[in-house]
Ligand binder design. Sequence first.
Ligand SMILES: *Cc1c(COP(=O)(O)O)cnc(C)c1O
Length: 393
Amino acid sequence: MIPAILPTYNRAPLTFVRGEGAWLEDAGGQRFLDLGAGIAVNALGHAHPALVAALTAQAQRLWHVSNLYRIPEQERLAEALVATTFADTVFFTNSGTEATELAIKMARRHWFERGTPRARIVAVEGAFHGRSTGAIAAAGSEKLTKGFGPLMPGFVQVPWGDHAALEAAVDDSTAAVIVEPVQGEGGIRVLPDACLRGLRALCDRTGALLILDEVQCGMGRTGRLFAHEWAGIAPDIMLVAKGIGGGFPLGAVLATAHAAAAMTAGTHGSTYGGNPLGCAVGLAVLGIVGDPDFLADVRARATRFRQGLEGLVAGHPEVFEAVRGKGFMLGLRCRTSNADLVAAGYRERVLTVPAADNVVRLLPPLTLTADEMDTALERLDRAAAGMATDPVG
Ligand SMILES: *Cc1c(COP(=O)(O)O)cnc(C)c1O
């Protein structure tokens, strides 16, 4: 019999009833250290006082009016994002997938309006851009697309790290290239800065728009407000979601005036996108995460955490192969099963997230303290030790 909830997730048998900072508590009062942060969503941890205050104040004033009217919170958040990024303009969504959808539309419409239509969008193997029909066609993997055809045409994927294939795939018939600066679901694979710069140059040469999917790696996750800042380049279009709402559903497409020029009145919309609740929270998140001092502190704490993880890996060579990632977007490549290690973590009350390529992801709240790092390392150490002696299936 099919359960009341469509069984598209294999859920862990854990139920949390409250959270504070990097901690989640179950009904029995057991406290779990949350190194998953709801898949990089709770950027400031659970129940951050500034976010709770912003949400409750807005909830008492106004929830929803629709985009038929001006929304001051939306305008303020858009202006703040424009002021702190490459972007000239912003469209708000409720999720990362919706941001992907708009990016696809924006890129194609851009070329349509220029009178030289280009439809083809080049993506990278192992990518994840969401679960809509467009987003699965973009990523293209069997795992995402099997049984859902016919897929939206116009996407090609090049193998990860294959520069020649990328050069061959992107030409003056390419509408856009879409890539994650750090692949999340793909297993915390960091696109080297030099590759990102090369990709920018390739797009400049061919006119293809550069779409960066920073849904997971953006909003301070790598220690910069957006991951592409490390490479000193800017995209034409950027997708943001997850961390920007700190746990409230919020996403955005940021774009240059050039890339967005064809998106005139009536070409796109969203009933809920940019609603007062989401934007009030987003403003509070950006106010904290966008502070250069906060980001410098994230980099310092993340460096410390990574050093600890290097020690963990060195101490369990039979379990781990390597640490990879950037800032607080970290992956432990496993020799044993990553799923087993995540399960062993549950028993030690530390939450991590599996990813492709046999990686365990660590995406803690950006506020993770030194003490919490030590606790995390102790619990991960016990989880790894349990793996070696008592493998779980
Ligand atoms: C999570 C994710 C998405 C999809 O976001 P949803 O909010 O789940 O729709 C898209 N791209 C990347 C890189 C993601 O990590």
